[in-house]
Ligand binder design. Structure first.
Ligand SMILES: C[S@@+](CC[C@H](N)C(=O)[O-])C[C@H]1O[C@@H](n2cnc3c(N)ncnc32)[C@H](O)[C@@H]1O
Length: 329
């Protein structure tokens, strides 16, 4: 596999919408992003350079497993996560137009664009060749954008772009993302087709089906290796895992919007599953997510030293970024 490389690190975009026609309560009228025809979503994904591998709907969510990661579409917001050399930001303007034309969403309530530092930034296509270029691209679309870098720019770091504004919508949502690198090669063997015959078998062997036992799982095992899954919980929450198992550039991400009073237990469960050499956690919470307060203390995971721990208080959201490295054995 000399020369073979895959950039596991995802670009992650979340946009929340509002409508000036003021539908309220349970009557959202036409204000529903799931009204956008699926073929038009696929056209947008073509612009990003990824394809739909699996699609499913629940009462609250449309979920897509993509050739490069995932998309989730909810009533008034969507989450698009794409890795490799995809051009995720090319989805922004078409999605704004579709939200306006098919859902009467004429205002943006909030935007979050984030990603970790790429391993090979020189392979990325415009506007993803640098965070400065990404910020300039987003600034050409949105007003009031602010850009942050968390962590160490000469080691691992994580970038965020969001809007400096008060949000009208829900402020109680929470998101946890765990980004892991230098994974245990033994654990990664599961995600090779030579060792595992189907996505369902990989899900079971790795115990991914035990994380949220009542979730519906949509999984995919790539050829010759690699794994992606989306999980939908009965209450509408989601989780998603993406695995690049190749030892030279191994990468695993876990993300969920299930809210927790404390995050240590779920983080420990995921660490045990993948045994990374390094990982970052980002915990986002709206100002109504008071449980985030208990996360402000610097919590620890055995076998790992905390390298960085930073808290950013945005207008309506708080963010806790932490970066850990395994102690030498
Ligand atoms: C699972 S996909 C999703 C990536 C996710 N962001 C991550 O890296 O963890 C990436 C993995 O699948 C492998 N793969 C095989 N065929 C692929 C394809 N057609 N498109 C994308 N990845 C593919 C890559 O080499 C890599 O190991």
């Amino acid at each position: 596999m000399t020369g073979h490389f895959f950039e596991g690190a995802e670009k992650l975009l979340e946009i929340w919408f509002l409508s000036s026609n003021n539908n309220s309560g349970t009557d959202k009228g036409n204000n529903d992003l799931r009204n956008i025809p699926r073929d038009l979503i696929e056209e947008v994904l073509n612009l990003v350079n990824c394809k739909v591998l699996k699609y499913a709907q629940s009462a609250t969510t449309d979920t897509y497993v993509l050739s490069e990661s995932s998309m989730f579409i909810f009533q008034s917001h969507f989450v698009l996560k794409t890795c490799g050399e995809t051009t995720l930001l090319h989805a922004v303007q078409p999605m704004l137009a579709l939200a306006r034309d098919y859902c009467e969403f004429d205002k943006v309530d909030q935007v979050f664009y984030s990603r970790r530092k790429f391993l090979r930034p020189e392979l990325q296509k415009a506007p993803h060749s640098s965070f400065d270029h990404e910020v300039a691209y987003l600034d050409s679309i949105f007003e009031g954008g602010c850009a942050y870098v968390l962590g160490r720019t000469n080691d691992d770091c994580w970038y965020l772009y969001t809007l400096d504004k008060t949000c009208a919508g829900t402020k109680s949502d929470q998101t946890l993302e765990i980004i892991m690198t230098e994974l245990d090669p033994e654990k990664m063997k599961i995600f090779y087709q030579e060792n595992t015959s189907s996505a369902a078998e990989a899900t079971q062997k790795a115990a991914i089906d035990k994380i949220f036992p009542n979730a519906k799982i949509f999984d995919y095992l790539f050829d010759p290796c690699g794994y992606s899954m989306n999980g939908l919980l009965p209450d509408g929450h989601y989780f998603t895992i993406h695995i690049t198992p190749e030892p030279d550039f191994s990468y695993v991400s876990f993300e969920t919007n299930v809210s927790y009073n404390q995050y240590q237990d779920i983080v420990r469960k995921i660490l045990k599953m993948f045994n990374p050499g390094k990982f970052t956690t980002t915990i986002f919470g709206g100002s109504a997510a008071t449980s985030l307060d208990s996360q402000r203390k610097i919590f620890q995971y055995s076998d790992y030293g905390r390298v960085d721990h930073q808290i950013v208080c945005l207008v309506d959201y708080d963010l806790i970024y932490s970066y850990y490295k395994k102690y030498p054995s």
